[in-house]
Write a protein that binds this ligand. Sequence first.
Ligand code: G6P
Ligand code: MN
Length: 441
Amino acid sequence: MKKFNVLVVGGGSTWTPGLLKGICARQKTFPINRLVMFDVNENRQKTIGEFAKILFQEEYPEIKFDYTVDKEKAFAEDIDFVFVQMRTGGYTMREKDEKIPLSLGLIGQETCGPGGFAYGMRSISDMVQLVKDVREKNKNAWILNYTNPAAIVADALQRIFPEDNKILNICDQPENLLRSYGRLLDRDPREFDPIYFGLNHFGWFTHLYDQQGNDLLPELREMILEGGFRPVDYEQRDKSWLETYAMVEQMVRDFPDYLPNTYLQYYLYPDKVLNKLNPSYTRANEVMDGREKRVFEECNRIISVGTAKDSHVVHNDAHGEFILIVAESIAFNKGDNFVVILKNDGIIENLPHDAMVEVAASLTANGPRPYAVGTIPTFYKGLIEGQYAYERLTAEAYIEGSYQKALQALTLNRTVVSALKAREILDALIEANKEYWPELK
Ligand code: G6P
Ligand code: MN
């Protein structure tokens, strides 16, 4: 069986230990020859890297493993897959992305609204550089990208590297939803054949077929309306995520056609959600006090005792597993069905051809083969077109260094709406992101 060479960019992420556990769990189905982790933050990379050495010694001794902060060492000719999960500016900047809008009475969220705009303008530079770094020595590696905000990153990369058909932008949220449906229905989510349409963090499931071809969505809708909705791993989730999933019930009540992505709460109920957000303690704080502490303390503990055998903190989660099963489907030409981000090109008939949409596709060695969605109803089309225009203008604001386009983008965002507010928040974000953004003129 062929073994693959993998590079993880953002090796110091809080998500990496989960990914490493997934790599161990899938060694029979996605065998790895060499794994290299790379990060720009030496301390974080070292802690996760030393933890990985212990884990692999115990669970995956054949793997050739190394970690580095040296680009020259990281980017090699013979890499098959690059898994990317970078966060430009770290949690410090995430906190600002969330708190600055909240201080002006606007939704403060990592990927949605003005926070997502700010993060997008930071991510594009590093992602463009990453693609150049990989392609300098390697034209063939698949770049599987988790970097957020995935919608904006995908749009910008499509514009800057239009010929590169081995960049695949992915998000684990549709997968998290499928697993949550699976738990509710008491079914294996891998057996679902879903139809999904929209943009990243802005989409809907229209059907959820089982292996016999029955659509489970109507039953699921009733279950959600009667009993609410929770994430598959609710025992492990923080309060804010439980509240987010709970909002699905409200969305299904108001718009029962389809099952929504949880992120739509910010666009459909900005007023209600704003009331629940605490401007002085946001999700970034929750993560820094929670997952970040837990993961790094646990890795340090494992390093000091020299074994990972008794560790329950680090586990194989959907985030880590999803990128692996995506890679596996491509690597072995399995053609499994996943929800991923692709250039529309007619998949959704009545949306622009060049929009980066999120849809179900069969993933093969020759790339994704999307399932046609057809024509979508006016309400959804209207919502998506507004959001798509916002994302496109954000990418253009970055590429052209245009203040005007940035202002247009924010004005179009449903969490902002007022042009006065858009200017106010844009000016505040420019100030906070000086180190990262291109100059906007
Ligand atoms: C989901 C989304 C990711 C996002 C993450 C944030 O998994 O799909 O795009 O980054 O949630 O989770 P956090 O726990 O950091 O708030
Ligand atoms: Mn996502």
